[in-house]
Design a protein around this ligand. Structure first.
Ligand code: FEO
Length: 135
């Protein structure tokens, strides 16, 4: 069973961003599967690296649009991005140092963060960016 499923309730009404969120959900599920299947540290580490890399790509996309359209809530939103990026890089470092950080709790933390961030923070930009023609 997947850790997280995409549903339309997660949509921010911008196709490119929805596609990126779907991909993030997919990589998170891959990480969950790798962990459940007891795959080796190398394989799991590769998926963790992929997730962190794609999170960076995704945040950069949103922030590009914030700058392009002068989104008024940029600073607060970016602070959430920066906070997760810092946490994720710290986890990756611990993992690379051989610490057992990949746990069900961690995956649930990532799942909850993603869900809460999309539902509570990302969705706030939809009306503004939609009004600028971004759909
Ligand atoms: Fe979709 Fe603000 O991250």
């Amino acid at each position: 069973m997947s850790l997280m499923n995409w549903t339309d309730s997660l949509s921010v009404n911008i196709r490119e961003i929805d596609d990126q969120h779907k991909k993030l959900v997919g990589i998170l599920n891959e990480l969950h599967d790798a962990m459940k299947a007891g795959q080796g540290a190398k394989m799991t580490g590769n998926v963790l690296t992929e997730l962190i890399k794609y999170v960076g790509t995704h945040f950069a996309t949103e922030e590009k649009y914030f700058a392009q359209y002068a989104y008024p809530d940029t600073v607060k939103h970016k602070a959430e991005h920066d906070d997760l990026t810092k946490k994720a890089l710290d986890l990756q470092k611990q993992f690379q140092d051989g610490k057992p950080v990949l746990t069900v709790e961690l995956l649930n933390f990532l799942k909850n963060w993603l869900t809460n961030h999309i539902m509570g923070t990302d969705k706030k930009y939809s009306p503004y960016l939609n009004s600028k023609g971004l759909v």
